[in-house]
Design a protein around this ligand. Structure first.
Ligand code: UGA
Length: 458
């Protein structure tokens, strides 16, 4: 029995399709679980045996609210399996490619080796006639056309569709089952009864029936939608952070500015939160890869502004390091700094390109004794930055004896801190709110000197 998007049983069965999902990171694991939740028979394939074993045992190897419950439910229902063997994907009707495309070491372009390995492995197991390969990884424009040629040559019995993913970490389940929109990219010679079209309409049937808008387009547009969306979001964040820089020079208040802008429906208030800027495994590397691809295509000038977006973003990290140094009298040597937050954003244990850890590490290198606390990302942070100090004893543990406290990832736990309780444990009540998320009045009333980015000093 399959379920509706509200969790109730459907009055119809989804198409009896078997799906494979190649790559079981954030995107792939979530996609596999959510497709099983819709009622499909799904196998998740990954070369990482540890990840596969954990998922098969009902354990999600990363922090994602709500995902583990759905994983267990669908494992128990027998609709979902995980494997390290591509042979287990051979009998699937639709294969989703969900592997990572990280930034190439030493360059800005995307590293395509995992996508190419996924396709190569799928071809090698001998895919079923009429089966459809669906690309979901974030790729440089032109990739789908290249893969389509490759499949036409080495697996002519198969078809290709491109279906970018817009899920946010922390909201991955909801974003997959209730997305804002779906994008289907098809080859130019496609007809409504082409296997790629039929497969996409069947797989996403429950979402389409629920009224999710869909854009059916060509390969290049489908690929570009994804990077354009992330480039726009990054630009919006850097725009407000650029305004924060100007506010710092003029005595303006970037929070009031952002609020006033947000009432204009053409601008809107989302992704207009000023602070330490964006990090994570997507926005930073995607804007760089987009620029690199545009350079290759001879249209680099069109995306030249993305270098500024990147630079504004990285300058916010410099600003926090400078502010801490200034507040500590120009030299951080031997001073104790408490860092609240290690994840690149709240509700995640992902520390890839984490602004908080970048700041922590720079202060440590400058001679400060830095202690970090995060509600979910400590294990990952410890592995990546072993020289930093960590505490499991919450904000209080990090702040004990601190000369300055820097709030760098806005977990709810930090928003709810009682500044009066934290006040007696620190050496000096100096707070930097790097996310503009704490109540300045409350902290000041409790005796703290409160500093934020882009806001007047009290
Ligand atoms: C981002 C996009 O939002 C998703 O739509 C996309 O699918 C995903 O990348 C991807 O390409 O896979 P995600 O990386 O999970 O999702 O994180 P976001 O919620 O976009 O936040 C990115 C960063 O921007 C975080 O460091 C966050 O703290 C920062 N941010 C966000 C701000 O500094 N200000 C804001 O107003 C919003």
């Amino acid at each position: 029995m399959s379920t509706n998007l509200d969790g109730s049983a459907t009055s119809y069965d989804v198409a009896p399709l078997r799906l494979s999902v190649v790559g079981t990171g954030y995107l792939g694991a979530t996609h596999a679980v959510c497709m099983a939740e819709l009622g499909f028979d799904v196998v998740g394939v990954d070369v990482d045996a540890d990840k596969v074993a954990r998922l098969a045992a009902g354990v999600v190897p990363f922090f994602e609210p709500g995902l583990e419950e759905l994983l267990r439910k669908n494992l128990e229902a027998g609709r979902l399996t995980f494997s390290t063997s591509f042979a287990d994907a051979a009998d699937a009707d639709v294969h989703f490619v969900c592997v990572g495309t990280p930034q190439l070491p030493g360059g800005h372009a995307a590293d395509m080796r995992y996508v190419d390995a996924a396709v190569s492995n799928l071809i090698a197991v001998g895919l079923k006639a009429g089966s459809v390969v669906v690309g979901k990884s974030t790729v440089p424009a032109g990739t789908a056309a290249r893969l389509a040629e490759w499949l036409a040559r080495d697996a002519p019995q198969t078809h290709l569709a491109w279906n970018p993913e817009f899920l946010r970490e922390g909201f991955a389940v909801d974003d997959t089952l209730r997305p804002d929109r779906l994008v289907f990219g098809f080859a130019d010679d496609i007809t409504p009864d082409s296997p790629a079209v039929v497969a996409m309409e069947a797989v996403y049937g429950p979402l389409l029936a629920a009224g999710v808008p869909v854009v059916r387009t060509d390969f290049a547009t489908a690929e570009l939608v994804k990077v354009a969306a992330n480039a726009f979001l990054a630009t919006k964040i850097s725009f407000i952070n650029a305004m924060a820089e100007v506010c710092e020079a003029t005595g303006g208040d970037v929070l009031g500015l952002a609020r006033a802008l947000s009432y204009d429906p053409r601008i809107g208030g989302r992704f207009l939160a000023p602070g330490l800027g964006f990090g994570g495994g997507c926005l930073p590397k995607d804007i760089r890869a987009f620029q690199a691809r545009a350079d290759e295509l001879g249209v680099g000038a069109a995306l030249g502004f993305l270098a500024d977006v990147d630079a504004v973003n990285l300058r916010r990290r410099d600003r926090v390091v400078t502010l801490v140094t200034e507040l500590l009298g120009g030299d951080v040597t031997g001073k104790k700094v408490a860092i609240l937050g290690a994840a690149f954003k709240p509700n995640s244990d992902d520390i890839r390109d984490s602004p908080a850890l970048a700041v922590a590490e720079r202060l440590r290198r400058a001679g400060a004794t830095v202690t970090v606390y995060d509600p979910a990302a400590l294990a990952n942070a410890r592995r990546a930055y072993p020289e930093l100090n960590y505490t499991d004893e919450g904000a209080t543990g990090a702040a004990r004896g601190a000369h300055v406290v820097a709030h760098l990832t806005e977990w709810m736990e930090f928003r709810e801190l009682d500044p009066a309780v934290l006040r007696p444990v620190v050496a000096t009540p100096l707070l930097i709110d790097g996310r503009n998320a704490l109540d300045a009045r409350l902290w000041r009333e409790a005796g703290w000197t409160y500093h934020a980015l882009g806001r007047p000093r009290a």
